[in-house]
Design a protein around this ligand. Structure first.
Ligand SMILES: [Zn+2]
Ligand SMILES: [Zn+2]
Length: 343
């Protein structure tokens, strides 16, 4: 299913708001320091380290201890909830609030906020700001999860270390006023602890207990101790794997890559070289619903129902121009484009 062509225009003002990795003055001096994977440039924050440690000890313990055979319903429910929350990240916090790639009606914004909050990550305003900094200063010292500081740092290390001064300097230059103006964001973020507890733990635990008579304890463990940290790693895989392994089809001068496996895992966010080249494109990929991109298929359905509108995307000429000028020579075959258009 191809989006309508009148939505493809992108103004300079929008590009400025959502950032683009091309206008960067900062560099990363990490490479020169030759640190080992366990050596860090900044101090470990004890509280954040302890939270992550406890979370992972409990994850590994319950991955082995969980009685999978006795509770197939809870396993299926945890898998389903993992992808509900990932959809909240991909369609919601990422493509909607952080990049403004489309406009959404109130019911969709409430749904996406609930899905995102169930992933147990930051406030909407924090995540959007971090992500806008990431794009504007990608893989420099201003990037909160600068992939040049190593795989572990970009995956999860950045969540337990003190920030570099450069990140904070860059944060001051990034506006999220448009995000703060959304009453849905205000409601969820102003009631962060309550909404987080309800969406991560209470609602996903009570549903299988109430409707399918499942054990309350194992429902809680499957959601909070297993599903929640796995969702964090799925989200983090874009910052680590998709900034390290894969093709650089659209821009060979940046770290982000086209990574099939990460796209499969993250329902469409692994086409990350494209996404950094065209951050305002709602598809986050050259292709629409085709090629491991269920998030785009979901957005296309919402658009057909009139629940979201003004979807932005890059024109084929614009994309091909990029490929010819900056790509690494791995452009997709036109056959794929034809298949994609027929959907
Ligand atoms: Zn990135
Ligand atoms: Zn992005």
């Amino acid at each position: 299913m191809a989006p309508s062509s009148e939505c493809s225009t992108v103004t300079e003002e929008i590009v400025e708001t959502i950032g683009n990795s091309s206008d960067v003055n900062l560099k990363s001096d990490t490479e020169k320091k030759k640190l080992k994977w366990y050596q860090f440039e900044t101090r470990i924050v004890p509280v954040q380290f302890a939270i992550l440690l406890v979370m992972h000890i409990s994850l590994f313990y319950f991955l082995f201890a969980f009685p999978y055979r006795q509770h197939p319903v809870l396993v299926a429910w945890a898998f389903f909830m993992t992808y509900v929350t990932i959809m909240g990240v991909t369609a919601g916090i990422h493509r909607f609030w952080s990049h403004r790639t489309y406009k959404a009606t109130l019911p969709v914004r409430i749904m996406l906020a609930m899905f995102f909050y169930a992933s147990g990550q930051m406030k909407i305003r924090q995540w959007s700001r971090q992500h806008r900094i990431h794009h504007k200063y990608a893989d420099t010292d201003g990037d909160p999860h600068n992939a040049k500081r190593g795989f572990f740092f970009s995956h999860i290390g950045w969540l337990m270390l003190e920030e570099k001064k450069e990140v904070d300097d860059c944060r001051k230059k990034i506006s999220v006023d448009d995000v703060l103006a959304d009453p849905v964001v205000q409601f969820f973020d102003n009631n962060y602890a309550l909404m987080q507890t309800l969406c991560v733990a209470v609602i996903p635990t009570l549903i299988p207990w109430y409707f399918w008579g499942q054990s309350l304890t194992w429902a809680f463990i499957s959601q909070v101790c297993i599903r929640y940290p796995i969702g964090i790693h799925i989200t983090a895989s874009v910052n680590s794997f998709a900034h390290a392994y894969g093709y650089r089809t659209y821009d060979r001068n940046i770290l982000p890559t086209e990574n099939y496996l990460i796209s499969l895992l993250t329902i469409g966010e692994g086409w990350h070289n494209f996404h950094h080249a065209f951050p305002w494109d709602y598809r986050a990929s050259e292709f629409s619903a085709f090629f491991f991109n269920p998030t785009t298929a979901f957005l296309n359905i919402l658009a057909k129902l009139g629940l979201i509108y003004d979807l932005r995307f890059a024109s084929e000429e614009h994309i091909k121009k990029f490929i010819n000028e900056k790509g690494d020579g791995t452009a997709y075959n036109d056959k794929y484009r034809a298949i994609d258009k027929s959907w």
